[in-house]
Write a protein that binds this ligand. Structure first.
Ligand code: EPU
Length: 338
């Protein structure tokens, strides 16, 4: 185990924000994680677990010990008549994992192509896109408890998945490090095509029974057209969650603006498109300091070049205030602000 002092985290967060880790240790195996916990000094130090840095806004240097998860591995661990179970090291890039499963002939993750970040970070916010969430394909995961050093395996119920949320953002935040994630891919594959953008692709191409590879390609092209590539423009994907409101609140908002984009949920409530609300407040394309609102999707904040975390924070608050002022809705942030 190597302790690296004074490491710039700018290349390790997709918004490209400047911050320095006082100490950083790369975790390449479960044994590395246990070694940190057992270490006489590091064991007691406050810790911050960093995956692909695609869901974090760094507003300060990090006095905590930063654990950068780089555990590799992609393998088949079990196969039944009904499903294959695949396992990934937490440090693998999520998109590479999706592509690998398709290459092996195991569809099921194609709707979640091109989501930035690592496999280990995927359960933290229960990533999702185009009608599918991680929890729909989840089997189990292993963590190392950062206090005891013990390996603990959690199933889906124990992870407490919800919309862009899990136990790792709450009770276990900073207390455990995800080392391996197992996913279940059903053999009787059913395409998930209910999302408007995918329906449009079916109409455009005339392909009404696309295979998984075609859906993968469609999702990649939809995302490339709408969302900025973090390698070129710093961003963390959606910056706010889509708010969920009661039918009464929804009626109230429709009365304020009949065009508001809303989707009924199974429990009778409605999900509103946060991007639409922000757009309606005139934010699309706006810039504050060196941070701005992406011109093709108001839900995404971007680094216009040289942004610092506090500018992103100021912009995010200004957006929250104006959406609250106009619609009475409090937008909740999706990334973790540190
Ligand atoms: N809209 C606007 N103006 C905008 C942005 C959106 O009017 O500036 C409208 C769109 O026209 C559309 C609606 O709002 O009618 C919803 O927009 P979109 O279909 O682009 O999806 P989203 O709700 O903005 C969510 C996820 C994305 C995911 C897509 C596809 C959240 C917070 N975001 O976005 O996830 O890729 O659906 O499933 O749930 C992420 O979490 O980082 C992320 C990118």
């Amino acid at each position: 185990m190597q302790i690296e002092p004074g490491v710039s985290l700018k290349p390790y967060n997709t918004f490209g924000l400047p911050a320095v880790a006082g100490q950083l240790v790369r975790i390449r195996s479960e044994a590395d994680a246990r070694a940190v916990v057992d270490h006489p000094e590091l064991g007691l130090a406050p810790k911050f677990v960093l995956g692909g840095g695609s869901n974090v806004i760094l507003t300060r240097d990090m006095p905590e010990l930063v654990l950068k998860v780089e555990i590799p591995g992609m393998r088949l661990v079990a196969e039944t008549d009904r499903a294959v179970i695949v396992e990934f090291g937490a440090g693998e890039r999520w998109h590479d994992a999706v592509a690998w499963t398709l290459d092996q002939g195991w569809p099921g993750l194609e709707n979640m192509a091109l989501i930035p970040g690592t496999v280990g970070a995927a359960p933290v916010q229960n990533i999702g896109a185009y009608g599918l969430e991680l929890q729909d394909r989840f089997e189990s995961l292993d963590t190392v408890d950062l206090v005891t050093g013990r390996t603990v395996t959690l199933n889906a119920a124990q992870c407490k998945f919800a919309y862009r949320d899990s136990i790792f953002k709450r009770a276990l935040a900073g207390k455990s490090l995800i080392t391996r994630v197992r996913l279940r891919l059903p053999k009787r594959w059913q395409p998930v095509l209910g999302y408007l953008d995918l329906e449009r692709k079916m109409e455009e191409t005339g392909k009404h029974q696309p295979d998984a590879r075609t859906i993968f390609d469609w999702v990649c092209s939809i995302r490339r057209a709408k969302l900025p590539d973090p390698a070129q423009i710093g961003n963390v994907g959606s910056f706010f969650k889509n708010p969920v409101v009661t039918p009464e609140q929804c009626r109230d908002i429709i009365a304020r603006d009949p065009h508001v984009v809303h989707y009924p949920l199974e429990d009778g409530r409605f999900k509103l498109a946060a991007g639409w609300l922000i757009d309606a407040c005139g934010w699309k394309g706006k810039t504050v300091g060196h941070a701005g609102v992406y011109d093709k999707q108001a839900l995404v904040l971007v680094n216009r070049g040289g942004a610092i975390g506090s500018e992103v924070q100021t912009l995010a608050r200004a957006i929250q205030e104006s959406v609250y002022g106009r619609f009475g809705i409090r937008l909740e942030m999706e990334p973790v602000m540190v």
